[in-house]
Design a protein around this ligand. Structure first.
Ligand code: MTE
Length: 309
């Protein structure tokens, strides 16, 4: 992953959020027109979602929508932070099915809209800490991954859950280069996947997920580095073996399977002690487990935290 300096504090970082939404709706309209012009398909526009409001208060300002949707990592559309916002409109997010297979009782092909109807949506305002040492606070909308897992019934041999992103270079121009081995892959231990904080997000800021943030459905695991939050998921597989993950395949010395946020374990090329919250000027201290230690440290009892990077 590349390290990019975050922008300095700008006026827009203190702009009222209502203005952001208006501006974003305008931008979505413009982007939609662009998409229609180049692909001939109807514009994909964000729609409001019905959800239960956040029940876990967080005493930190939410990152402005423009930054959440304009500064992204989604290598399927390029390695630049602004590439996803420019090109992710090429991805068709309907119809969209997720294949669930491996060691579970009810494998099958699940349509995204059926999942959204079946599992009540809720808002979760989480910190997101990228391994590149920047961070955001994002109001996601989604449902616990545990709800889906319980519905499909993992078998007793299932110990891990593996995830894959769509692979289609016609829709994802970044896949024409082999910067990583496609499809993007991620994985969790089954107990991590079942943890109540682990979310499948289908929206943010109350609207359907923008393509650049991983539409129509992406993983959010707030105590882990952002790279674990795999986007645009098309396959979820239950397995007895620890699955291979994209970043580990690429650079095993730099990116582990766990990816737990730990300020005491530096990346081989940079410190993880501090982070730049997008929109803030001064760096802030990174918290163990990204501040979620009270809820999740028990998952790792008896393991050396230095090995859980
Ligand atoms: N998922 C896919 N499929 N491809 C990617 O390149 N990048 C990851 C993660 N999920 C990535 C991905 C990284 S490195 C980060 S930090 C987060 O997505 C960024 O999420 P955001 O752009 O919504 O902030």
């Amino acid at each position: 992953m590349l390290i990019v300096n975050a922008p300095d504090l700008r006026d827009r970082d203190v702009t009222d959020h209502g203005l952001y939404l208006k501006r974003r709706q305008f931008m979505a309209g413009v982007a939609g027109l662009g998409l229609a012009a180049c692909s001939g398909s109807s514009p994909a526009s964000a729609t409001a979602l019905r959800f239960r409001p956040n029940r876990m208060p967080i005493d930190e300002a939410r990152t402005p929508l423009d930054d959440v949707t304009g500064y992204n990592n989604f290598y399927e559309f390029g390695t630049g932070k602004e590439d996803p916002a420019k090109y992710a409109g090429m991805m068709r997010t309907r119809p969209w099915t997720i294949v669930v297979d491996g060691l579970c009782d009810r494998p099958g092909r699940y349509a995204i809209d059926d999942l959204i109807k079946r599992f009540p949506l809720e808002e979760r305002i989480y910190r997101m800490r990228c391994v590149e040492a920047w961070s955001m606070v994002i109001p996601w909308v989604g449902f616990p991954l545990a709800s889906l897992i319980k519905a499909v019934g993992p078998r007793s041999g299932a110990k891990f859950v593996a995830f894959e992103t769509l692979r289609d270079p016609r829709q994802m121009p970044g896949q024409r280069s082999s910067v990583i081995q496609w499809p993007y892959r991620e994985g969790l231990r089954l107990d991590e996947a079942l943890h109540p904080l682990t979310l499948l997000a289908v929206g943010l800021y109350g609207q359907t997920l923008p393509n650049q943030n991983g539409a129509p459905i992406r993983l959010v695991v707030p105590w882990k580095y952002g790279f674990k939050g795999i986007k645009s998921i098309v396959r979820i597989r239950f397995t007895d073996r620890r699955p291979q993950t994209s970043w580990q395949m690429l650079a095993p010395r730099e990116y582990g399977f766990y990816g737990n946020v730990n300020p005491a374990v530096d990346h081989p090329r940079w410190s993880q002690a501090k982070e730049r919250r997008i929109g803030e000027f001064f760096r802030r201290k990174t918290l163990p487990f990204n501040g979620y230690g009270e809820q999740v440290a028990g998952l790792y009892r008896g393991l050396d935290p230095r090995q859980l990077y």
